[in-house]
Design a protein around this ligand. Structure first.
Ligand code: MD3
Ligand code: FE
Length: 217
């Protein structure tokens, strides 16, 4: 049975739900790890602070970002790229905690992508009103590897379109501890996030944290 936009969060994970060819939702998959993930995020952003990046077009992104792992995604007036150093400090990004990599590898395997070994984790922090406009993730070198996304804190609406920007996107509500895996025919689909509605999450407060795990290098 399909869960509606108004359903309450799950209390336990059941099974992957296919949402498009190669794309799966794993509702509640991160429930047992959510607290450890949020604590690890705190430690990472104490070293590599969340910051609002500039797009190549000169707009300040409403989502604040940081990274952990060997590579981190960055943007500035010169373009988008993966970098082994945090441009704010010149130092390598904080290493990826074992609990992050384990979760991503297990989620990918659950969706049929065995052997996913992420080398980059982008941390996105949405405050009320923050959004991500429709885009493709095409800065990664291995298009055969999926992307694993973990939602924490306030709910958000994912926009999931097709291979053309003009394809009308489907809307999927993601809540705390939901995980999505995007690979195969969906890997280059246009996607985004609707402006975050205000709210107060019992653990995360007035924000949503999204972790996206990638094989970037
Ligand atoms: C669908 N982040 O960081 S994750 C991004 O919730 C990004 O912060 C959003 O898009 C967020 O690039 C969405 C979900 C996601 C990630 C990758 C995808 C959906 C995807 C790749 C292909 C299709
Ligand atoms: Fe994306």
């Amino acid at each position: 049975m399909t869960r509606s936009l108004f359903d309450e969060p799950l209390t336990h994970y059941t099974a992957p739900e296919s949402i498009a060819p190669g794309a799966f939702l794993l509702r509640g998959f991160a429930l047992d790890q959510a607290e450890a993930l949020l604590q690890a995020v705190q430690q990472i952003i104490a070293v590599a602070p969340l910051r609002h990046l500039l797009t190549p077009g000169g707009h300040v992104m409403s989502v604040a970002m940081s990274n952990c792992g060997a590579l981190g995604w960055v943007s500035d007036r010169t373009g988008y790229r993966y970098s082994s150093a945090d441009p704010l400090s010149g130092q390598p990004w904080p290493s990826m905690p074992a609990c992050f990599a384990d979760l991503a590898t297990r989620a990918a395997a659950e969706a049929g992508y065995e052997g996913f070994a992420p080398d980059a984790c982008l941390i996105n922090r949405y405050e009320p009103g923050a959004r991500m406009s429709l885009h493709q993730d095409r800065d990664e070198s291995d298009p055969g590897a999926p992307i694993v996304s973990v939602s924490l804190g306030l709910p958000a609406v994912f926009l999931f379109g097709g291979l053309q920007r003009s394809d009308h996107p489907a809307r999927w509500r993601m809540v705390h501890a939901d995980v999505a895996v995007w690979g195969g025919a969906s890997r280059l689909a246009f996607h985004g996030v609707s402006p975050l509605a205000d709210g107060d999450h019992p653990r995360a407060g007035r924000q949503r944290i999204n972790l996206t795990f990638r094989r970037a290098g």
